[in-house]
Design a binder for this molecule. Structure first.
Ligand code: SAH
Ligand code: DHB
Ligand code: MG
Length: 233
């Protein structure tokens, strides 16, 4: 079977399961116009994240890697009305386009876009002692994925669902040692998920479709205290 067939079926299900949504189509168009890279999740993965957030009954969601806010809109739409979405983005232009896309989408929950290197904005969230998130979506630069996982666990409660994009990378992660820091970043992340003291269960799904061949990792937090550094007070 060829990649075209996977893409065709992905498009088929996008049609069958509701068809192109004008708001999301406009968000992608604005992102493309502004020169953002075409690396948002696919419509069907957006749908899948939406389903998971609903199933989790999520109220508070943290996203690492906003781009133009495409995945953000899918997630925000699934939140309870008292909810909040915090999304972290390094590039001011991406954050600006995401803000425009989210305002145009008119999502019913507040979406805070925090601009900066995620390792720093995550630390700031921890320092501020924010309430735990119910769902965390990791989708930024691949080298520090393991550190993003650690921070995500610390910002979680028991039962928090952590999802990470791009953990298969056309299968390269199964080829052993690599010179590509993105591949080794993901390899390190996959190993960390397997042994993380703060996680209860984990799984990886391979994905084919319009974005080629990649995969998503899922983990459920057991006890964030297992990884929290004891404080003096
Ligand atoms: N989740 C988006 C896609 C994110 S693409 C969607 O599916 O719609 C990855 C994003 O991570 C890019 O916008 C990139 O600028 C951002 N990024 C890269 N390095 C980062 C860092 N150190 N901190 C925060 N964001 C970063
Ligand atoms: C690419 C795809 C992604 O989903 C991502 O988060 C980053 C990069 C890519 O295809 O290059
Ligand atoms: Mg991605």
């Amino acid at each position: 079977m060829d990649e075209q067939r996977f893409a065709d079926v992905d498009n088929h299900f996008d049609e069958v399961l509701g068809g192109p949504d004008p708001i999301l189509t406009a968000a992608l168009a604005r992102s493309e116009e502004a020169g953002l890279p075409p690396i948002a999740i696919s419509a069907n993965i957006g749908r899948f994240l939406h389903v998971l957030a609903l199933a989790r009954g999520a109220r508070r969601v943290l996203e690492i890697g906003t781009l133009g806010g495409y995945s953000t809109i899918w997630l925000a739409r699934a939140l309870q009305s008292s909810g909040l979405l915090v999304t972290l983005e390094y590039e001011p232009l991406h954050a600006d386009i995401a803000r425009q896309n989210l305002d145009a989408a008119g999502v019913h929950v507040p979406v805070e876009i925090r601009v900066g290197a995620a390792l720093e904005t995550l630390q700031a969230l921890e320092d501020a002692g924010v309430d735990p998130f119910d769902l965390v979506f990791i989708d930024a630069d691949k080298e520090p994925y393991t550190e993003y996982l650690d921070a995500a666990v610390r910002l979680s409660a028991p039962g928090t669902l952590i999802i990470a994009d791009n953990v298969v990378r056309r299968g390269t992660i199964a080829d052993g040692p690599s010179d590509d820091p993105q591949v080794t970043g993901i390899q390190r992340f996959n190993a960390a998920v397997a042994t993380h003291p703060g996680l209860r269960a984990s799984a990886v799904l391979q994905v084919v479709g319009v974005k080629g061949y990649d995969g998503l990792a899922f983990a459920v937090v057991d006890d964030p205290e297992a990884v929290r550094v004891p404080s003096d007070d």
